[in-house]
Design a binder for this molecule. Structure first.
Ligand SMILES: Nc1ncnc2c1ncn2[C@@H]1O[C@H](COP(=O)(O)OP(=O)(O)OP(=O)(O)O)[C@@H](O)[C@H]1O
Ligand SMILES: [Mg+2]
Length: 217
């Protein structure tokens, strides 16, 4: 379960989030929507511990994440699969190595990694690009690598920031089905998006932000 209590965040003197209280149940699928600059990425980054809230409390699976020591954060993040809006792929690693990396970190054996990477490559339709480097990929291909990387460890929490922002309609629907499958298997999912097709075709609870505040649930 993810709970935010009265969370605020400002960057220098710009108030990006104001008094956000939100509860996401274990196994829930939640959308965060709202116009550009509303604070969607900031909110996901706060849950990922990439950005620190100035005020409030964030409890994830019983842990008060504002109290995590720097050395605990990598372990905390192992429970989370994240798709960044700007992908953050490792430029010197191939597609397959980017996807495999999260498995190597947790010490999975080579044979198992190879099997899972191959499966994920097929799921996101990139088997033919497995040895390519990220900079040689289109935006949509990079996005799909980021999605495969987020899913490979079967995380209990998935945070996806505009995961279909660079994808055409058909591929977006395929990708959303992958998130739906993970959700069916029990993962808690938060997707930030302003893609109306997705909200319509895969309906779930929507929290709408505007200028850093929750405007509707
Ligand atoms: N590192 C930063 N330094 C200063 N201001 C920032 C920083 N990151 C975000 N902001 C500001 O905070 C506000 C919220 O940004 P955020 O990226 O969370 O919005 P968003 O809802 O994800 O927008 P988009 O739909 O364009 O991705 C914006 O006005 C942005 O300019
Ligand atoms: Mg954003």
């Amino acid at each position: 379960m993810i709970q935010l209590y009265h969370v605020s965040k400002s960057y220098s003197n710009y108030q990006a989030l104001t008094d956000i209280s939100l509860r996401v149940e274990k196994g829930e699928f939640l959308y965060i929507t709202g116009p550009s600059g509303a604070g969607k990425t900031t909110l996901l980054n706060i849950v990922f511990c990439g950005v620190k809230a100035d005020q409030g409390q964030i409890i994830v699976n019983g842990k008060n994440i504002l109290k995590l020591k720097d050395s605990d954060i990598p372990y905390y993040r192992r429970e989370i699969g994240v798709v960044f809006q700007d992908f953050k792929l490792l430029p010197k690693k191939t597609v397959a190595e980017n996807i495999a990396f999260a498995q190597r970190v947790i010490g999975v054996g080579n044979k198992e990694i190879k099997k899972r990477v191959w499966m994920l490559l097929k799921m996101v339709g990139l088997s033919h690009k497995k040895d390519t480097f990220p900079l040689r990929l289109s935006g949509g291909e990079q996005q799909r690598v980021a999605i495969a990387r987020a899913l490979i460890n079967e995380p209990q929490i998935i945070l996806a920031d505009e995961p279909t922002g660079n994808l055409d309609y058909d591929i977006s629907m395929e990708i959303m089905k992958l998130f739906e499958d993970s959700n069916t298997k029990g993962a808690t999912i938060i997707v930030a998006t302003h893609n109306r097709e997705i909200l319509k075709n895969f309906p779930h609870r929507i929290v709408k932000l505007n200028q850093g505040r929750v405007v509707t649930e």
